[in-house]
Design a binder for this molecule. Structure first.
Ligand code: GLY
Ligand code: MN
Ligand code: MN
Length: 438
């Protein structure tokens, strides 16, 4: 695979600028054993990949902001050595020499030299940045190495005095997606939309939820998105009222709704889409009432997603529409303001209206600056996903029992407003019914 190292070099340069001084250590994720000789599918660490583009396990990126102390090397990769025997069993390894050329590092070393080199590189650096507390084994390893450097004090070498979490800097960088990232996210979104369309066309009463899950995996994989970005939720009827339902093993009933929350990961970037539609292709009147309400709440929330508004504006907009709707449907009593004030809506809508989206499905980045919700800015990407989940209860109209609906899209803030990346998955009642039963 040939990669263009330019964007990764630029990101490393930006992080170095933010660090100002010291050294940063960013390890990739470990492989995790499943059982016997099998591992869980490998997924690199998002921060490591963001800065390197490197996808092999057993690799560590080191960035040095004061490189005059180590011969001018600023970006250093430690990775697995070439090993013809292991490559017969496990496949190709880039190896340090080719990694230097192809990925644009100043220096590369075999991973086996990491500890020795690190205690050299840490010497006389004032600050140490790494993902503090992310992985206990790394915490211990790094503190032990720092201790070894400290023991050299009589040779005139000082250990870093300050330790900072490198993620404070990286999270803020990752919150603003560049054009390269947006183009991958558009493609991930398009594949997931295609999968939702396919699922709508394949759904019939009597099928099992996992059979629809299979249609998603099929569509993701055949477009090169080898994995879902999170476990797919395929929830028929009452199962849709379980927010994190992943059993996916019930039979779909005629007359029920089906909620599917599924999105692929492509080249390290997530998509996250929910659609809810009738198993038999036609909404019942009560289902349609609740569906139109959630759709109206989502429309209002998306309209509020524009630069200058706060992160909370879409949530507030959705809540206002839902609160009025819950009163109209006889789910809540009182005025819109009193429903909002008392939070009685939470019985039917208990989650927030979205989250940052990027390499991680619930992506990194602060939602507040100090005590205030942060302002939306160009390049931020997040989900807009209002819902309504109605469990059976004596004070709830019978026709609404067990209706669970969520509509979720991925939205990027642009200069003029927003771009809905997931527009190609149908969501109006007419478009859904037409696709399922033309
Ligand atoms: N699929 C996870 C979420 O919607 O947040
Ligand atoms: Mn989501
Ligand atoms: Mn979702």
């Amino acid at each position: 695979m040939t990669i263009d190292p330019t964007i990764y070099k630029q990101r490393r340069a930006r992080l170095l600028e933010k660090m100002q001084r010291g050294i940063a250590i960013v390890p990739t994720a470990p492989e995790v054993a499943r059982n016997g000789d099998t591992h869980y599918g490998y997924r690199y660490d998002s921060n490591f990949y963001y800065l390197s583009g490197f996808i092999e396990p057993e690799a560590v990126l080191v960035l040095v902001a004061s490189p005059e102390k180590n011969g001018g090397e600023r970006a250093i990769l430690f990775c697995r050595e070439k090993n013809p025997e292991r490559e017969v069993w496990d496949g190709f390894r880039v190896g340090p020499d080719a990694a230097k050329e192809q990925y644009g590092f100043d220096a590369t070393y075999p991973i086996a030299q990491l500890d020795d080199k690190l205690s050299e590189l840490m010497g006389n650096q004032p600050v140490l940045f790494y993902p503090v507390g992310h992985d206990t084994a790394w915490d211990q390893r790094i503190l032990k190495l720092r201790g070894e450097v400290q023991a050299k004090v009589r040779s005139g070498i000082r250990a870093p005095n300050e330790i900072h979490d490198v993620r404070t800097l990286l999270n803020e960088m990752r919150l603003f997606k560049d054009e390269h990232e947006l183009s991958i996210m558009r493609r991930a979104a398009a594949i997931s939309c295609q999968a939702h369309r396919r699922a709508m066309q394949f759904t019939r009463p009597g099928q099992f939820e996992y059979q629809l899950e299979a249609e998603f995996l099929h569509e993701f994989c055949r477009h090169g998105a080898r994995h879902p970005a999170y476990p797919s939720i395929v929830a028929g009827g009452a199962n849709a009222c379980v927010l994190h339902y992943v059993g996916n093993n019930a039979r779909l009933k005629d007359g029920d709704l089906l909620l599917i929350d599924a999105g692929c990961e492509l080249d390290g970037y997530a998509s996250d889409i929910t659609r809810t539609f009738p198993v038999n292709g036609r909404f019942l009147p009560a289902q349609k009432d609740v569906y139109e309400l959630v759709l109206a709440a989502q429309t209002a929330a998306i309209a509020a997603a524009r630069p200058g508004n706060t992160w909370n504006a879409p949530h507030d907009a959705a809540l206002r529409v839902l609160a009025q709707g819950f009163i109209d449907l006889k789910l809540c009593r009182g005025s819109v303001d009193s429903v909002l004030e008392s939070e009685s809506y939470k019985r039917f809508y208990m989650h927030r209206t979205g989250h940052w989206l990027g390499m991680d499905v619930h992506d990194v980045g602060d939602y507040k600056t100090g005590d205030d919700w942060r302002k939306l800015q160009t390049g931020m990407v997040f989900t807009v996903e209002p819902g309504c989940y109605i469990r059976p209860a004596d004070d709830v109209p019978l026709a609404l029992w067990n209706i669970g609906i969520r509509i979720e899209d991925d939205v990027a803030i642009t200069e003029l407003g927003n771009e809905v990346l997931t527009d190609a998955a149908p969501k109006s009642v007419a478009d859904i019914e037409e696709l399922i039963l033309p």
